[in-house]
Design a protein around this ligand. Structure first.
Ligand SMILES: *Cc1c(COP(=O)(O)O)cnc(C)c1O
Length: 229
């Protein structure tokens, strides 16, 4: 088996192991994050069973979609500029990074033009980091309420990028807060809103994230090695 195949297998095993100890016992979807890696590498991952591809830049994403085609699902996981929505909203299954009204307005407008429903996750800045996108924790519910009547946006859950720290206890606490927020929103029973996905956990922290209720993880370097910038 190729290196990528081996690493993918190992990550899957760890996901399954964490799932067995998780709060929910739910199945976990793995998104292979391919940013900075070439099409050949991605094709190899697909041959080894990758079904979902995550990219954080629009230009890279569109290039790869063009080259690889519709045999996998694509996820927009990075900060999204409003003026680039038009290039990707019909080609991704999920935008993970909805975090502001201007972006919601643009997605709603584009979805309306082509009569598409655009599936999105609300991104939460769980570590309250100035350098990161995402809604502040207390702002998530008010934001969600402000876009409830957007007919072309479907909110499918929450996403977060945890701080890059080695403090497992702290990370666990943050992931727990995310799960609590997901439950809080679920219990409000907004029409047309489903908290299907909790997208959290990356190479360094997906084990903890899954234990605390993540059912979608975004893993890059553990599968593809260091990024080539
Ligand atoms: C790069 C990236 C990942 C994957 O990071 P790794 O640490 O390489 O697993 C996950 N989510 C987002 C939003 C990213 O930008």
């Amino acid at each position: 088996m190729s290196d990528i195949g081996e690493r993918l297998k190992r990550v899957r095993e760890e996901i399954e192991e964490s799932r067995r100890h998780s709060l929910t016992g739910e199945e976990v979807e793995l998104i292979a994050v391919t940013k900075t890696h070439g099409v050949d590498v991605i094709e190899e991952a697909i041959r080894c069973g990758a079904t979902d591809i995550g990219e954080n830049k629009v230009q890279e994403l569109t290039k790869k979609i063009e080259a690889i085609g519709p045999k996998v699902r694509y996820h927009m996981i990075g900060n999204l500029q409003s003026n680039k929505v038009k290039y990707i909203y019909r080609d991704v299954v999920l935008i993970h990074s909805l975090d502001r009204l201007s972006l919601a307005k643009e997605i709603e407008k584009r979805g309306g033009q082509t009569d598409d429903t655009v599936h999105c996750l609300l991104e939460v800045n769980i570590g309250d980091e100035a350098s990161k996108g995402g809604l502040e924790y207390d702002g998530v519910v008010p934001f969600l309420e402000s876009i409830l009547d957007y007919e072309h946006i479907k909110i499918d859950g929450l996403m977060t990028v945890a701080p890059n720290v080695d403090d497992d206890a702290y990370l666990r606490k943050l992931f727990r807060k995310m799960f609590a927020l997901k439950e809080d929103i679920e219990n409000r029973h907004y029409e047309g809103v489903d908290m299907t996905y909790l997208s959290m956990g990356m190479s360094k922290d997906f084990n903890i994230a899954i234990e605390e209720g993540a059912n979608m993880v975004r893993v890059g370097s553990r599968i593809f090695g260091a990024r080539h910038y």
